[in-house]
Design a protein around this ligand. Structure first.
Ligand code: HAM
Length: 427
């Protein structure tokens, strides 16, 4: 029987993992420059965390969660995390992090699970890199979050993307706006599709999200939430916009941007790429000042965050030819054995040099000299050292520079330094 990976999941193969690591490393470096520390939470949580946190009327909770019982007769219900924000807030509250630091700034690189219909850029297990800033209600933290997200894309070279911005106001704004939106949509009700009819009652804001071409005209004429903002949210939004302008971060206001998770309030943003097709959202986020209370906090705790899909980032980089320029770490030296005795010398020397920091390859198939040299070239090794009986006797070795084909005889005690010096020089 032949097994295949399950639909909607992906293997990351050794030939591409260095590219993935590059994305992670750039993200980590940016997060750290903004003073964010990593958080890791469990892959599964109490199902109620997501019901309460993300919202029962959302697509994620309604139909996309992988939910299971730990044992058939258990009352407990567990769910593979479909996103990180609820888990991070759960950890923040559980460990009283707010009592230790007035503002908690964390980042994550995590795998998530959503039972979606798989297609290009949409998987059932996928990765996000993201961050959450908990404890500040001020527009500085929104602007900083967006700046941090944009810096990651910028440093990875992804520039063909548009930042969309909107504000969802406070809870009252949304109540007023929901009513206005329903009033507007009511005369068009019969023209709505089945999904939108369902949303009409439960969550009419999501109708604005619809990609159904037949509904675009109706949606274009809908009232705009920014016209319903409460005074404070309006001032907050203006301040975020001023900061973004000052930071030189371009954006466009998108009145239809409502995001698919229920916890958002005030600022909402999304980065979309024209290179991605139907699943065009590279990343998104926003402010979620009500989530902590939803999860049982006795007082509101303001917070803002974002998350980016790593597979989509990868796709965007691939389309823009950016993956080609990422250098792969190559061996510094391949030690080539010509006899059994030399094999032992090689094993010992390789171990010593690796301990001292060189990347050293050794043939594990006892191949011929010619085949080993071919392998050294295939791997892109910078040097080869050939060890045979005579070299072991004279303690002098042929050091071959595989880039220039230059060959020199070097005494055993000087070999490491000779290679090290030239490896450093060629960096
Ligand atoms: P989200 O918009 O659901 O937000 O997901 C963020 C990003 O994850 C998307 O823009 C997309 O790039 C990627 N993504 C989502 N679903 C999939 C999928 N099935 N396959 C591949 N990539 C996917 C959140 O998850 C929020 N927690 C973001 C946030 C953080 N808000 C505040 N803090």
């Amino acid at each position: 029987m032949k097994f295949q990976s399950v639909t909607g999941t992906k293997d990351l193969l050794p030939s591409e993992s260095f590219l993935w690591q590059r994305i992670e490393n750039v993200a980590r470096s940016v997060f750290e420059r903004f003073g964010y520390a990593e958080i890791r939470t469990p892959v599964f949580e109490d199902t109620n965390l997501f019901l309460r946190g993300i919202g029962e009327t959302t697509d994620i909770v309604g139909k996309e969660m992988y939910t299971f019982k730990p044992s058939p007769d258990s009352d407990e219900s567990l769910t593979l995390r479909p996103e990180m924000t609820a888990s991070v807030m759960r950890a923040y509250l559980q460990h009283g992090l707010g009592g230790q630091f007035p503002v908690v700034k964390v980042y994550y690189i995590a795998e998530l699970f959503r039972k979606e219909r798989p297609q290009k850029g949409r998987y059932r297990q996928f990765w996000q890199l993201g961050a959450e800033c908990i404890g500040s209600a001020l527009p500085e933290s929104d602007a900083e979050m967006i700046a941090m997200m944009m810096m990651i894309y910028d440093e990875l070279g992804v520039t063909n993307a548009t930042l969309k911005l909107n504000s969802l106001g406070d809870a009252e704004t949304r109540t007023r706006y929901r009513a206005a939106l329903r009033d507007y949509l009511r005369p068009h009700y019969e023209r709505l599709d089945a999904v939108s009819k369902e949303r009409f009652e439960k969550n009419p804001l999501r109708i604005l999200d619809s990609k159904n071409p037949d509904l675009q005209e109706i949606i274009a004429g809908a009232p705009r939430i920014l016209d319903y903002l409460d005074e404070e949210s309006n001032a907050h939004f203006e301040a975020v916009r001023t900061y973004l302008d000052e930071l030189g971060i371009a954006y466009s206001i998108d009145h239809r941007l409502v995001r698919g998770l229920d916890y958002y309030s005030r600022t909402a943003f999304e980065l979309v790429s024209a290179d991605l097709g139907a699943q065009d959202a590279l990343g998104g986020g926003g402010r979620y000042d009500g989530l902590a209370e939803q999860l049982g906090s006795p007082k509101p705790i303001p917070a803002v965050g974002f998350a980016s899909g790593i597979e989509r980032l990868w796709l965007a980089m691939e389309r823009a030819n950016l993956l080609r320029n990422i250098p792969q770490k190559k061996p510094d030296v391949m030690l080539v054995a010509q006899s059994t005795k030399a094999q032992t010398w090689i094993m010992k020397t390789a171990n010593e040099w690796r301990r001292k920091g060189l990347v050293v390859e050794v043939d594990l198939l006892r191949r011929s000299l010619k085949a080993q040299m071919r392998e050294a070239n295939r791997l892109g090794a910078k040097f080869a050292v050939i060890a045979g009986e005579s070299e072991l006797q004279t303690r002098k070795f042929q050091l071959k520079n595989l880039r220039s084909s230059e060959q020199t005889e070097v005494e055993e005690e000087r070999l490491f330094d000779a290679i090290k010096a030239q490896v450093v020089e060629s960096l």
